[in-house]
Write a protein that binds this ligand. Structure first.
Ligand code: MN3
Length: 232
């Protein structure tokens, strides 16, 4: 039992561990890098709190990047692929690193997308061609929200809910477990929400529905429209 700080330092020293543990992630060494958050940590307040954003970006996303770089180290053919190529091809990765590429590559691309699908003073409604496509497919924005919320609430454990454009341009709503994502299945996400508890627990504890409801106030519909209009 370690009973004091001095004992702890002695214990860590004896165990060969570094006595000072920095909470900040070391810069990634490898082909993949952590993109900066495109706004301040507190930009999404009060809907998503600054502390959650800081931990989520600086630690969780950083860890996915570091672990992805570690996974492709020693596999130059995989280290040279883009993140979307990794997602499309992960099942043919060497068995020793396949799961690491799936989970950490997924974590990297999902979070890179997630930061951009939110913005300060976001929310409101989609417009233009995206709004027209949503009306046609779902019968209106409220119906889309209802179906998307059900999908987000239907994730058992950790995962994501998405509005997806498939290769033929059709919209659909679906969810994925863990860090799996539409890029793995040939789709393009239009919007997506992280429903891992780390995305909301500090502010909303176990109340995922409250977080999902708050999240709609952050959506960057301009970014969503760009994704929808992208040529496959
Ligand atoms: Mn997350």
């Amino acid at each position: 039992m370690v009973s004091s700080r001095r004992d702890l330092l002695k214990y860590l020293s004896l165990a060969g561990a570094a006595p000072a543990v920095s909470l900040a992630q070391a810069p990634a060494k490898g082909p993949f890098t952590l993109p900066p958050l495109p706004y301040a940590f507190d930009a999404l307040e009060p809907h998503i709190d600054a502390r959650t954003m800081e931990i989520h970006h600086d630690r969780h996303h950083a860890a996915y990047v570091n672990n992805l770089n570690a996974a492709v180290a020693g596999h130059p053919d995989w280290a040279s692929k883009s993140i979307t190529q990794l997602m499309a091809q992960w099942q043919s990765a060497p068995e020793a690193v396949r799961t690491a590429i799936r989970n950490n590559g997924g974590g990297h691309i999902n979070h890179s997308f997630f930061w951009n699908v939110m913005k300060k003073n976001g929310g409101g409604k989609p417009s233009g061609e995206l709004a027209a496509a949503i009306d046609k497919k779902f019968g209106g924005f409220d119906a889309l929200k209802d179906q998307f919320n059900k999908s987000a609430m239907g994730v058992f454990g950790s995962g994501w809910a998405w509005l997806i454009k498939d290769g033929g341009g059709a919209l659909s709503i679906g969810n994925t477990p863990n860090q799996d994502n539409p890029w793995m299945h040939g789709g393009t996400p239009v919007i997506g929400i992280d429903v891992w508890e780390h995305a909301y627990y500090l502010k909303h504890q176990n109340k995922r529905a409250d977080y999902v409801a708050a999240w709609w106030n952050t959506v960057n519909w301009d970014f969503a429209s760009e994704q929808f209009l992208k040529k496959a």
